[in-house]
Write a protein that binds this ligand. Structure first.
Ligand code: MTE
Ligand code: MO
Length: 250
């Protein structure tokens, strides 16, 4: 390589590094980022958010396992919302195998509608064996069956302005993911676990599976979904404002 070409390639390398660093660092000021509340640890969340988005293509799959590797999975947090706050609503839909359960999908969509369990079961399905990772330190390998969230979003015709998908549960959980995770092929509204109907303790009738983020993003007992053009931090009592990372990539 000649002197000048070496110089050129070095310059472009340095330029490349600088712009990479710029992209990572500017993450903290972009309007669609998770909020930091001036908290230095929350700024780290944004760094991992952009680093993951940079390193993995939007569609990179979480590792999938063999049936022989399935392990037992403890039920964590709420194991039956019928006995907690707002339990009446869950108690009502729990009857008759969730015959009256409907999940409403609204917000930034052209065709808002609700889906019954049979509606979801009639749509395209995906089965995947993945490792659930809880922030408490345990992991479990489990088979999940469900409808890709992308199929549901296609059915309601999300608008081009949509940036986030918010999801709410019967036990008061609210969370959201960006469109890259929402449209990811492994992001499921899961109604099956290890070849059976999803048990109540694991989130019946339908739970979210977000395989490239930590366990608490996979919200159980889904009640409704809202497609949104703007980031929602769900207010002062929310997990995000209580210090839980919004983007918890693994
Ligand atoms: N609605 C709801 N979703 C939830 C929880 C919960 O308590 N309620 N716990 C979360 C946490 S911290 C983990 S690790 C997983 C646990 O899923 P599992 O109970 O099926 O093992 O669910 C997540 N989703
Ligand atoms: Mo967890």
């Amino acid at each position: 390589m000649t002197e000048s070409r070496l110089l050129l390639s070095r310059r472009s390398l340095i330029g490349g590094l600088a712009s990479t660093g710029g992209l990572l660092l500017s993450g903290c000021s972009r309007s669609n980022d998770p909020p930091t509340y001036g908290n230095i640890l929350r700024m780290g969340d944004n760094l991992t958010y952009h680093a993951q988005r940079l390193l993995l293509s939007g569609g990179a799959l979480a590792r999938e396992y063999d049936r022989s590797e399935i392990s037992s999975m403890p039920a964590i947090g709420t194991v039956d919302p019928a006995f907690g706050a707002g339990g009446d609503a869950y108690g009502a839909v729990r009857r008759d195998g969730f015959a009256d359960w409907r999940i409403e999908v609204s917000g930034s969509v052209d065709r808002p509608r609700s889906f019954s369990l049979p509606d979801l079961r009639c749509m395209r399905s995906r089965t995947q064996i993945t490792r659930h990772m809880c922030e408490e330190g345990w992991t479990a390998i489990t088979e999940w069956t469900g409808v890709p969230l992308s199929a549901v979003l296609a059915a309601v015709a999300i608008r081009s302005t949509a940036r986030f998908v918010e999801y709410y549960s019967f036990d008061g959980w609210a969370d959201s993911i960006d469109m890259i995770d929402a449209l990811h092929p492994q992001t499921l509204l899961a109604y099956g676990m290890n070849g059976r109907d999803l048990p109540i303790a694991h989130g019946a009738p339908v739970r979210m599976r977000v395989e490239r983020q930590i366990g608490y993003k996979s919200v159980k007992f889904l009640q409704r979904i809202v497609v949104s053009d703007h980031f929602n931090d769900f207010g002062k009592a929310s997990a995000i404002q209580q210090g839980w990372a919004w983007h918890a990539g693994i």
